[in-house]
Design a binder for this molecule. Sequence first.
Ligand code: ADP
Ligand code: MG
Length: 236
Amino acid sequence: AGAPPPGTNPLALDAPAAGSYAGAHTFEELPLSRATRDALKAAGFTQLTAIQRAALPHALAGRDVLGAAKTGSGKTLSFLIPLVELLYRRSWGKLDGLGALVLTPTRELAVQIFDELVKVGRRHELSAGLLIGGKKVAEEAARVATLNVLIATPGRLLQHMDETPGFDASGLQMLVLDEADRILDMGFAATLDAIIANLPRARQTLLFSATQTKSVRDLARLSLAGPEFLSAHAEA
Ligand code: ADP
Ligand code: MG
């Protein structure tokens, strides 16, 4: 059991090299699909924030990333852009099922991430949904099998993994752990372990956190393969 040895994320092999655009300050300079580029422009995003400058080149190159930066620094796009681009490069579509999973501590954060995904992904043909409770499990379960991207809170996701027939994570390409420090503070460590144990190892994993605590580093050891450790604390 456990993560594969460092540096063995197999998805890193067929992605563009980070070196050529490592100094990018604008979204225009990054190797993005036309659909993503246009959507970012339409949403008014032009300059990268510090954590986006640090994380996007590595994440777009297919590497696992642990990114730490304070609240409000733009961590959401640091994972949503690589997520959308990875599925686009793999021509992910309707029949491919679950391709990416985002775990976040609260329903409110999940809804915010969903709204940002709608902005970034609007010109892509991906289906996305929330698994956050507040609806009947059965209502959520009816759609789960058809969605390409799920944004979920850990407890609810594990419930679907255990109980929903047709829930299939075997094709998962990317796992995102958002606000990992808060997920752990809320007592979800064992839930996360159980979820991760059910996911394919050959995936890309992006872990974002406001702080780098010991428990976050332990989680990184369990879930990431040869990660880049990036933080953007000094600048706004
Ligand atoms: P965090 O997850 O680090 O707390 P968010 O990803 O929620 O931060 O971003 C905070 C706010 O900044 C959001 O309103 C988001 O739309 C905005 N934002 C993110 N990246 C950029 C950017 N490159 N340019 C302008 N605004 C941005
Ligand atoms: Mg956030």
